[in-house]
Design a protein around this ligand. Structure first.
Ligand code: AMP
Length: 447
């Protein structure tokens, strides 16, 4: 099947061709006709499946085909959890829509609002936004929702995990009742199901990759090592095996900073990306990494969410995530779109329980290695895992938990590690704490 079989307009086919895509991905094959049909859609799809084009192409076509209000007004709204994902979706909208006369813009927190207000004022057809900044600008009467025909919630599970449910509900109340709703989510918790039930009217349902399956093309392995030797082992592996574009995950922002500094001191160019970095620092680090100038990007889970770095050859779990599903998301950064990738986890004695949880989830045992010179001490005693839980104490008066229930995951199991607790700043999308206690969704994975 080709894109032209999907009923897309010539302008969109030209844009797709310019991207170098020849065949639609499975989600595109199913989502494009469904969205063109005008109905609601519930799609289970992770980043890397081509979901963005899956909703953007038919959305643009519907806007181009439909009657335009006299004055240009926002007719499609795409909500994303993070600034990076908003920026990437915004780029896709601009790329795919380049031969149409539609106008789009992206808004998110963490940067000055005036340029965004200036871009919105003359009128837009498509607005891509993170929820916090969107509501701020709406409150200030810079955004008019009255003509919205299509709403897309991208990575809805992440939005709920990041505590955006109230903002989403507020936005929903402000939109015209008659509209097309598209909901994309990698996982389907009870909360997502409830949101889908409230939002969607008889939706087409699409599921492209089974939940928690890890890409077949990713070579996954574990290196057992002592806690204190991890950095040295990482530097050794990078140099020895000549890894050139390595995305490294740490559990906390502090840990990301420290590791990036230490690697840089060892002549391995590295930068950290996380929720406390300014938007310009994040953008700079990401573009240097994408272009190949920067060898190592050290990231926390939230900062890495939605990053589109194609064909990334190496992903390293410097620390295992506290929530097993995040392992699947992390390694989903490599081996994408059929390319080969390598995912390496450095595991110390503290993390054996987390490793078991991951192996249970992905239903396979990971290959274990020990590098000569880095043999772990067989008598080492496990220590509690640091996850940044207490660093936000006194910040916004919420106490050590940042006002957030840990969803029944047990001590040290908060999904967001150190990211969610540090800021009461509305602009900092990634650092926004949830405002409501949530019901436990699944039992703690590790005691
Ligand atoms: P997404 O899941 O939307 O984040 O897309 C993942 C990556 O796949 C992006 O780098 C897209 O540019 C790329 N992509 C999307 N559709 C196709 C396609 N039909 N063929 C090849 N690559 C694609």
């Amino acid at each position: 099947m080709s894109f032209s079989d999907l009923g897309l307009r010539a302008e969109l086919l030209r844009a797709v061709e310019a991207q170098g895509y020849t065949t639609p991905t499975p989600i595109q094959r199913q989502a494009i006709p469904a969205v063109l049909g005008g109905g609601d859609l519930l799609a289970s799809a992770q980043t890397g499946t081509g979901k963005t084009a899956g909703f953007t192409l038919p959305m643009l076509q519907r806007l181009a085909d439909g009657p335009r209000p006299g004055k240009r007004q926002i007719r499609a709204l795409v909500l994303t959890p993070t600034r990076e994902l908003a920026a990437q979706v915004g780029e896709s909208v601009a790329d795919y829509g380049r031969h149409l006369t539609l106008k789009s813009h992206v808004i998110f927190g963490g940067v000055g609002q005036q340029p965004q207000v200036d871009a919105i004022r003359p009128g837009l057809d498509v607005l891509v936004a993170t929820p916090g900044r969107l509501l701020d600008l709406h409150q200030q009467k810079h955004v008019d929702f009255s003509r919205i025909e299509i709403l897309v919630l991208d990575e809805a599970d992440r939005m709920l995990d990041m505590g955006f449910i109230h903002d989403i509900k507020k936005v929903l109340k402000l939109l015209p009742e008659k509209r097309q709703n598209l909901l994309f989510s990698a996982t389907f918790s009870d909360e997502i199901q409830a949101l889908a039930h409230k939002l969607l009217d008889n939706p087409a349902k699409i599921e492209v990759a089974r939940r928690n399956t890890t890409a077949e093309t990713v070579d996954q392995s574990v290196y057992r090592v002592d806690r204190e030797k991890k950095r040295e082992l990482l530097a050794h592996l990078i140099s020895e095996q000549q890894w050139y574009q390595v995305l490294v995950f740490t559990r906390t922002k502090h840990g990301a900073n420290r590791l990036a500094e230490q690697l840089s001191k060892q002549d391995i160019p590295a930068m950290a990306i996380h929720g406390n970095k300014s938007q310009s620092a994040r953008t700079k680090a990401l573009s240097a990494f994408k272009s190949g100038e920067l060898q190592v990007l050290v990231a926390t889970d939230i900062a890495a969410r939605g990053l589109d770095i194609s064909e990334l050859p190496y992903v390293v779990n410097f620390e295992l995530p506290n929530v097993a599903e995040d392992y699947v998301h992390r390694i989903g950064r490599t081996g994408r779109a059929g390319s080969e990738g390598q995912a390496v986890s450095l595991v110390c004695v503290d993390e054996h329980g987390l490793l078991k949880g991951i192996e249970r989830l992905i239903k396979r045992d990971l290959e274990k290695h020990i590098v000569p010179g880095f043999e772990p001490d067989p008598n080492a005693k496990p220590e509690p895992i640091e996850n940044g839980r207490n660093r936000g104490r006194g910040n916004g008066g919420r106490g050590g938990n940042g006002g957030r229930s840990n969803g029944g995951r047990g001590q040290g199991q908060s999904r967001q590690g150190g990211e969610a607790r540090q800021s009461g700043n509305r602009d900092n999308e990634a650092a926004k704490p949830a405002r409501r206690r949530r019901r436990p969704r699944r039992p703690a994975q590790q005691g």
